[in-house]
Design a binder for this molecule. Structure first.
Ligand code: IPE
Ligand code: MG
Length: 280
């Protein structure tokens, strides 16, 4: 499961579906919530501040004031993707139950949403649960799912009040980067079979159109952050990360706050992005 939050956008409705769910029989599906879907995009109209209750205030001028002096607005990534790893380790280090690690992780999510909104990042994609995480003990998966559902329930109200749009992407409860590419291939193969396109028409642009992220304004993240010291993509966005800059933090996700985000953004702003071209 991944949640992608699109910031500083104007939109008409706070929830949108990029594709309809194929099944409505899954017990995790709730008509009121997007938590049944693997990838949810929230769009936020010029969000600039979220108060302690998590309520966002819309104020176009605050962004200028709040941007830390170390960061340059014109070099800010438009889309930041995050693999929020290390919640269990955070809890275990403190002798706490795993569930409290996940709860702390959700508090970190709220903080990062606020910071990204304040600092002018347009899209934030948070990878919370991969299809591979189903291999974890059922009790843990159940804890996670109920936490996600509760957090989303709580936040939907705030998002709505703040003018945040949740866009739902995907048609099952898993998000897997490999599966995303496979389903794009299947759709394209069908179009060839139906005579809509020819094999020679298949190119990167066409494939990108069929990926589940195609309804996000900036579907390819500029920056990927993974916490907790692991140096892997773990089947997150794969195609979309082709030219992303990578930043690995040793902090466990619940400890990833303002200083850590600033470090990641500052590192990003010092990179020279070449997209395969030679350095200048
Ligand atoms: C990441 O934290 C969150 C999910 C996969 C849902 P982990 O649960 O992987 O925490 P660690 O990596 O075991 O500490
Ligand atoms: Mg992990």
């Amino acid at each position: 499961m991944a949640f992608s939050l699109q910031l500083h956008q104007i939109f008409l409705s706070h929830t949108r579906f990029c594709s309809q769910p194929k099944s409505i029989t899954n017990p995790l599906i709730s008509l009121k919530l997007p938590s049944i879907h693997p990838l949810a995009v929230a769009q936020n109209a010029a969000i600039s501040n979220i108060d302690s209750a998590g309520v966002a205030a819309i104020d176009g001028s605050a962004e200028e004031v709040l941007l830390p002096p170390q960061l340059r607005r014109e070099l800010m990534p438009k889309h930041v993707a995050v693999i929020m790893d290390g919640n269990r380790r955070w809890a275990k280090m403190r002798g706490l139950p795993v569930a409290l690690g996940y709860e702390a992780g959700i508090r970190a999510v709220r903080n990062i949403i606020e910071l990204c909104g304040n600092w002018g990042i347009r899209v934030l994609t948070l990878f919370a649960f991969s299809s591979d995480n189903w291999l974890r003990p059922k009790v843990e998966v159940d804890i996670l799912m109920s936490l996600f559902e509760r957090a989303l329930n709580d936040e939907l109200e705030n998002f709505s009040r703040a003018g945040i749009q949740i866009s739902i992407i995907g048609d099952s409860i898993n998000y897997s980067g490999q599966h995303d590419v496979v389903q794009a291939c299947q759709t394209i193969a069908q179009k060839v079979k139906d005579g809509i396109i020819e094999t020679k028409d298949i190119n990167s642009f066409l494939i990108e159109q069929e990926l589940q992220t195609n309804c996000i304004d900036f579907p390819c993240p500029d920056l990927l952050i993974r916490t907790s010291g692991e140096l892997r993509l773990s089947n997150f966005l794969l195609w979309q990360l082709a030219y992303a800059e990578l930043f690995f933090s040793h902090s466990h996700w619940p400890d990833f706050g303002e200083a850590e985000l600033m470090e990641a953004l500052s590192s990003f702003q010092q990179r020279q992005r070449r997209y395969g071209r030679q350095s200048s």
